[in-house]
Structure formats: structure tokens, C-alpha cells
Design a protein around this ligand. Sequence first.
Ligand code: HEM
Ligand SMILES: *[C@@H]1O[C@H](CO)[C@@H](O)[C@H](O)[C@H]1NC(C)=O
Ligand SMILES: *[C@@H]1O[C@H](CO)[C@@H](O)[C@H](O)[C@H]1NC(C)=O
Length: 509
Amino acid sequence: MCKEQWLFDSVLWLLPVITLITGIITLFYFLGTKNYNYWTKHGVFSNTPRWPFLGNLRISDLPKSNRDLIKGIYDSFEGRGCGGFYFLTKPVLVVRDPDLIVSILVSDFTHFSSRGFHSNEQHDPLSKNLIHLDGPPWKQVRPKMTAAFGINKLRTMISDMDNFAAKTLEQMSKHSNINAEDLSDKFMIDVVSSCLFGINSEAIENPESAFYEVAKQIFDGYHFLVHVFVGYMFPAVHTLARMTVARSQVTHFFKKVTNENLHLRKSEGFSQRKDFFQTLVSMKETQEICKEDNGGSKVCDEDFIAANLFMFFSAGFDSSGKIGAFIIYELAANKEMQTTLRDEVLRVLEKYDDKMSFEALQEMTYLEKIVAEANRKYPILMVIFRKCEKAYRLPDGGLIEPGINVMIPSSAIHYDPKFYPDPEKFDPERFSEENKSQRHQGSYLPFGIGPRICPAWQFAILELKVFVARIVSKYELDLHPSTATPMRLHPRNFLLSPESDIIVNLTKV
Ligand code: HEM
Ligand SMILES: *[C@@H]1O[C@H](CO)[C@@H](O)[C@H](O)[C@H]1NC(C)=O
Ligand SMILES: *[C@@H]1O[C@H](CO)[C@@H](O)[C@H](O)[C@H]1NC(C)=O
């Protein structure tokens, strides 16, 4: 009796839930079938959608890693320059042909200047950052921001980077093995904070560094991935749910740091430093316009500074932190390569009296090749995203309308044996001068190409070189038995990441 009563209650309770779920599925079904005619109507070859709502994704695709999913989509258009794909209900153009990639990213960039990420300006103080800006506001602010990454500015940062390398070595001397990602992240956090913002984040030396703690919260779990995914797929839901780029404690942290740094600079008289933070401050002072929409234009305010401090910090430490760890892994796994690199680094450093400089780094050509190959084998941002702004005619006659999203599957291209024979192999010789000069521009995309290329790509390469050169000059690296070989990649992270810790034994040389 008692049991039946319970059953009855729970069925009653379930009824509205079941109705709601059925309603949502039906809604998506209709939304979906409407979109599913898009590619045929526009004369673009497409994969036929399999299921309502799922589009071209199959149930059996869902457990796959992000990278394998991207590869599957890429392979399904084998023999074609591009194709239409239904990412759930959204029609997305997937581009394979390197010539067409160069057209979209470089020569016909004006049609595709947006990325298509969504953010809630009204409710999210961190929304106005360069990665999320599109259209005219992006065009306004981008050139001003990139000025802080000119090659002459970068030269002056090398001694600062090298100071943090020295601190890293000092920490290493206290241990017989290290966690490569941890070590690399901490170095990159301190370098980005100091070189771009003039902030001492103390990640290397202080185990309780607030910046390190907050850095872990940014990409831990799925907050950022869910924000990007929902914003990309269902902007209306994203707005309704008031989703934000970062968790509230992270938002709060960056607002606070911005405010403190502004006060500090005001007391210094503003003119002392010429770094990226100062660029942001000048944009606020001169009331630069950074957003134009139906609500009128808005000028850069303190939130604009916080948003970009946040985004450059996040984009800055995580990508290069992971590449640094991948390089340490490859060096520990390939001892011969490690010895060749060490010989080169020691030879060049001796010539320059152990002083790290732009010139010294330029003479380390093997190091250059290793960093380039690491960016090939580990394309951190697995896809380059674009959104069509102006109608575009494809070479084969198909038409891309404004609003359509474009995906350039860089990770699949980096593993296509047509461009990179034996792609799983780590082979720096792929980047010999001769091989490099024969490579198609559209087949090497770790930083993107064209006007929306990673603004800090040269900065990233420099900090990686300083980090790796100093470490191999002092330590012999061996894989600890607990490190998985071959390495397994994390299936779901937004950025390409190792699945488990990379632990490396250290022996002084
Ligand atoms: C190895 C390290 C890095 C890799 C592999 C990397 C990769 C990328 C890629 C693929 C893009 C997208 C480009 C496109 O859409 O065409 C990008 C954009 C961006 N990156 Fe990086 N990046 C790295 C380091 C950094 C660093 C150190 C910073 C900042 C200090 C940074 C800040 C940004 C920003 C702000 C954007 C957005 C640019 C825009 O939309 O105009 N990145 N990065
Ligand atoms: C070019 O790259 C291949 C590997 O892809 C390598 O075997 C070959 O030695 C390289 N050629 C040169 C001239 O470095
Ligand atoms: C690394 O260190 C561990 C113990 O700390 C040891 O068991 C292992 O043999 C070392 N591996 C190499 C390749 O040196």
C-alpha cells in the first residue's frame, strides 16, 4: 500500500518533466529540420543529417575525444575542398583545402572577420575582451592592442623572461622530479603577468600564489567549455541563462586586480611603463570606442581593462604552459634529440657569456625547429573559428550567407599524412629551412594566420624558447615510470591537454 502510494506520487511528479522533455525535443526537431535544408539550398556538398537535433553527430560519436570528433568530420569530406556539416542543428562550413583556408583567413578576411563566440555584455564585466569581440569593435581595438607585441617591445622582455627561468631552475634544484605542466604553467603565469601587466604573480616561488590558484579555476572543470559551446550553439539560451565567460570568483578577482593596478599606476604618474596594461589604460583615457551596436557606441572603461587582463592572462598562460609541458615530454622521451639540443644551447650560451638575448635565441636553430614541431603535433586550439559577415561565393559556386559559422579543423590538418607523413612521430626536421619553404601556408595553423592570428605568437615562441633552453642547459630529463607512454590526450578539455601528469626525473648535467 505504502509502496504503491509512493509509486503513484513519483509518476505524477514525473509527468510534467516528461512533457517538458518531449516538448524540448519536438522544438529542436522543428528547429533542426528547418536548418537541415540549408546546405542543399545553397549548393554546398553536405553530410546528410542523421538524427533530429544531433545533426551529423552520431550517438557513437559522443564518447569520442574532441580531437577524434574533429578528425572524423574532416575525414568525412575527403576529396573535397569543403563541406557543410550539421553540428547539432547548426549548419557549419568545414574547410579542408589549404588554398580555401588561406582565402578565408587571409585574402578574403573581410568576409570572415568574426569568430562567432557569444558573450553577455550587460551582465558580464569580462565580456568585452579581444577573443569575444567581433565586427567593427574588434577592428577598432585590435591594432592598438597588437602594438604592445611589436618585435622591439619583445626584445626588451627577454631578460625579464630569463629572470623567471632562473627562479624556475632554483625551484627545480630542490626536487628529483617535477610535474612538467605545473612547472611550465607557473613560469608562463609569472612571465605573462610581469611582461604584460607589470604584476608580480609569484607563481613559481610562492606555493600559495593567488594568481596560480585563480589560473587553475579558469579552465578547471567545464565552465569555459560550456560557456563557449552554449554561446556558439544557442546564443538565446546563453543570454537567457546570463552565462558568463568566467565563474563569479574569477570575475571578481580580475576586477580587483585591475582596480588595484590602476591605483598603483596613477600614483606612479602613469608614464613609467610602456607595457600592455598601459596600452589598455591609454585606450580608456582617450575614450576609445570598443563597442558599437544597437544600444549606441560605448567607450573603453575599467571593465574593458579587466576583461582583457583576464583574457590575455588566460590565453597567455594556458596555451604556452601546455606546449612547454609537451616539449619537456618529447625531450624526455627522445634522448638523442635532447642531447643535440643541449649541445646547441650550451654552445650558443657560451658564445654569449651565458647571457640570454634575442640574437642568442635566433642562433638556436634546432630549438626553433623543436618548438615549431611541438606546435604542429600539439595544436592547442584544435579548431580555428570564423563567422561569415558578408556573403561569400565559394570557388565551386556554393554560397555562404552572413551568420554562417566556419570551422577550420587545424588539428586534423596537422595529422593529415598528405601534409605530414607519419604524423604521430615527433620530427623537428619537418621544419628544416628546405621543408618549411615547401609547406603550404594553409597547412600549418597553430596560431592561425591572417589579420586575426594570435597577437602574441612571437611572444609565446620566445618565452617557450627561454624556458626550454635554460632547463636543458642545466638538467637531463627522463620520463618517470608513472608517466604514460605514448602520451594519452585528455578527451574533453577545451584546449588540447595531456590526460595524466607528465612527471620527469631530473639529473644535473
Ligand atoms: C603556444 C602558445 C599559443 C598558442 C598555440 C596560441 C594559439 C592561438 C590561436 C590558434 C588563436 C586563434 C587565431 C585565429 O582565430 O585565427 C589565438 C588567439 C589569441 N591568442 Fe593565442 N596562442 C598562444 C599564446 C598566446 C599568448 C601568450 C597570449 C597572450 C599573452 C595569447 C593571446 C591571444 C588572444 C588575445 C587571441 C585572440 C585574438 C583575436 O581574436 O584578435 N595567445 N591564439
Ligand atoms: C623533411 O622532412 C622529412 C620528414 O617529414 C625528413 O625526413 C627530411 O629529412 C626533411 N628534409 C630536410 C631537408 O630536412
Ligand atoms: C626515475 O626516478 C624513479 C624514482 O624516483 C626511478 O624508479 C626511475 O628508474 C627513474 N627513471 C629513469 C629513466 O631515470
